[in-house]
Design a protein around this ligand. Structure first.
Ligand code: ZN
Ligand code: ZN
Ligand code: ZN
Length: 530
């Protein structure tokens, strides 16, 4: 990896931390004024922007190495030495141990590349190395940072809480802290963001799940640290969008002065960007052209989020965000929204990184970019198809389940209808029986009434005869009273009889109606399959 690329990523992460609100607003305003998304961004640049490279691992050797064979033996011995402990820590890692590429650099030390986060993180820790291998003293250079997947952001930590304080408090339950660092762009007079790097992915997940930690009794928000999109910059002409293999410039241009690097030593040359003739280097992210380039790049990435490997989120630096629209801080592959498990992310990335590799080619960084270029477009296409297939299968399964449920519902429905019908039939039979009983009672009452009225009539006549034959009887007044009572009773009896008859009529109508309703109810209950 060339120096210019390193400086890109560094600048990128500095800019992403520039969270000073006022500054942010100003930048966004100037963005909206410019609204220039017309810079042509190559597919190569887009793919490069979303690829996540791990930096190299430097192993210092004493005595210095000159012989490739010796280097090979040391690398082999190193893996033999670490294998047992490494596998104990990374139980899910099934690949054999090895670098993707290594070489003896011009200082006689080893420069090694791996695409596997687990191996990289393990080799970041100098305690994991032996001090001597094959009678060569070895000491690794400690990488500044762990990869993004091991990095968290503590937001707005009050300035009175020192890094040591954080280290002590976190250290009581997080054992694998690698690095704590204040984010330069985020420092205000009250608070700043702090970057935490942890070696253990288990502890990383624990922290992420908590979402916050307490420091000095204060709740501090915790977020995953997201990488900003990378910018592909040609190491020959220092312009973005292509690599030196495809560069049309016929000399290596100096980053500082823009002149031919092979002429002069370019250690003291004046800093003058070849694009704008201003006091910044050609690869400096301050350069208005690069700012504009990055904004266009992000704009286009947003249009093509499927280019992102699944489960990779990219941070959109504040000056490249659109003011309108929510969730404008990140770009994310739509597929990845379905799965947010960090462990899966890493496994997936690991799988994606398993590319065929030509060990004989020493032009490795270029080769890698090319491969990733092809790999990402085809792999993201593949993953889209796989996702579609999976979804289709899911839909098919859901449909089958639904069909089964509908069938069950129909069976239940028919069963219940049958029950209901039989209940209604029983009710109508009972009603019929009751009606017959009522009828019988009425007939009995009728007979009784006519019988008692005829008896009363007879009694009336008898009493009347008795009065007329014994006119001078002392009891005649009393007899008159009895006669009156009897005729009253006869009247009452007549009334009751009339009432009974009219009740019987209305009852008959009701019974008729009830019978019809029941009949209709039974008929309206249809079985589903009828
Ligand atoms: Zn170029
Ligand atoms: Zn120069
Ligand atoms: Zn410039």
């Amino acid at each position: 990896m060339s120096n210019s690329n390193d400086s890109c990523t560094n600048n990128g992460s500095k800019i992403q931390l520039n969270l000073n609100e006022k500054q942010m607003d100003k930048r966004i305003e100037s963005n909206n004024n410019l609204k220039n998304y017309e810079i042509n961004i190559s597919l190569h640049s887009l793919n490069y922007a979303v690829s996540q490279h791990l930096p190299s691992i430097h192993i210092n050797c004493s005595p210095k190495l000159t012989d490739h064979q010796k280097g090979k033996d040391i690398v082999k011995a190193l893996f033999t030495y670490i294998e047992k402990d490494f596998r104990k820590l990374n139980k899910h890692y099934i690949m054999p141990l090895g670098f993707e590429y290594w070489f003896i650099n011009k200082n006689g030390n080893l420069t090694c590349y791996t695409r596997h986060t687990e191996l990289f993180v393990y080799l970041c820790e100098s305690l994991n190395y032996p001090s001597i291998l094959l009678s060569t003293d070895i000491s690794p250079t400690r990488p500044k940072h762990l990869p993004c997947y091991h990095t968290l952001l503590l937001k707005y930590v009050p300035n009175e809480i020192t890094l040591d304080g954080i280290n002590n408090e976190l250290g009581s339950y997080i054992s694998s802290i690698y690095n704590l660092e204040e984010m330069i762009g985020s420092i205000t007079d009250k608070a700043r963001h702090v970057r935490i790097e942890v070696k253990s992915i288990v502890e990383y997940d624990q922290l992420i799940q908590k979402g916050a930690i307490t420091l000095d009794g204060r709740l501090i928000e915790l977020q995953e640290f997201l990488a900003p999109p990378r910018i592909l910059i040609c190491s020959k002409c220092n312009n973005p969008g292509h690599i030196r293999k495809n560069c049309s410039l016929d000399y290596d241009s100096c980053r500082r002065c823009g002149q031919d690097r092979s002429v002069g030593d370019h250690k003291e040359c004046s800093i003058n960007c070849h694009r704008r003739k201003k006091d910044h280097m050609a690869t400096d992210f301050k350069c208005p052209f690069l700012v504009e380039y990055r904004r266009s790049l992000i704009y286009q990435l947003k249009q093509k989020p499927h280019l992102l490997p699944p489960n990779l989120q990219l941070f959109i630096p504040t000056e490249c965000r659109e003011r309108s629209g929510r969730n404008n801080q990140f770009i994310i592959n739509p597929i990845s929204k379905t799965n947010n498990n960090t462990y899966n992310n890493i496994l997936k990335n690991q799988n994606q990184q398993q590319l065929p590799f030509n060990i004989n080619s020493h032009n490795w960084p270029t080769l890698k970019k090319q491969q990733i270029n092809d790999n990402i477009s085809s792999s993201s296409e593949k993953s889209i198809w796989n996702e579609l297939k999976n979804k289709q299968m899911e839909i098919e399964n859901l449909k089958n389940e639904l069909d089964k449920k509908i069938q069950n519902c129909q069976l239940n429905y028919n069963e219940n209808i049958k029950k209901l019908k039989s209940v209604l039939l029983i009710i109508s039979a009972q009603t019929k029986y009751q009606n017959e009983n009522i009828e019988r009672c009425q007939t009995a009452l009728n007979e009784f009434i006519s019988l008692s009225s005829s008896s009363l009539n007879a009694l009336q006549q008898l009493t009347f005869k008795h009065i007329t034959t014994n006119m001078n009887d002392q009891n005649s007044e009393e007899h008159q009273k009895i006669l009156q009572q009897i005729s009253k009773s006869i009247e009452l009896m007549q009334e009751r009889n009339n009432l009974l008859i009219s009740n019987k009529k209305s009852l008959n109508i009701l019974i008729e109606q009830q019978g019809q309703l029941l009949f209709q109810a039974v008929n309206s209950l249809t079985l589903n399959d009828e």
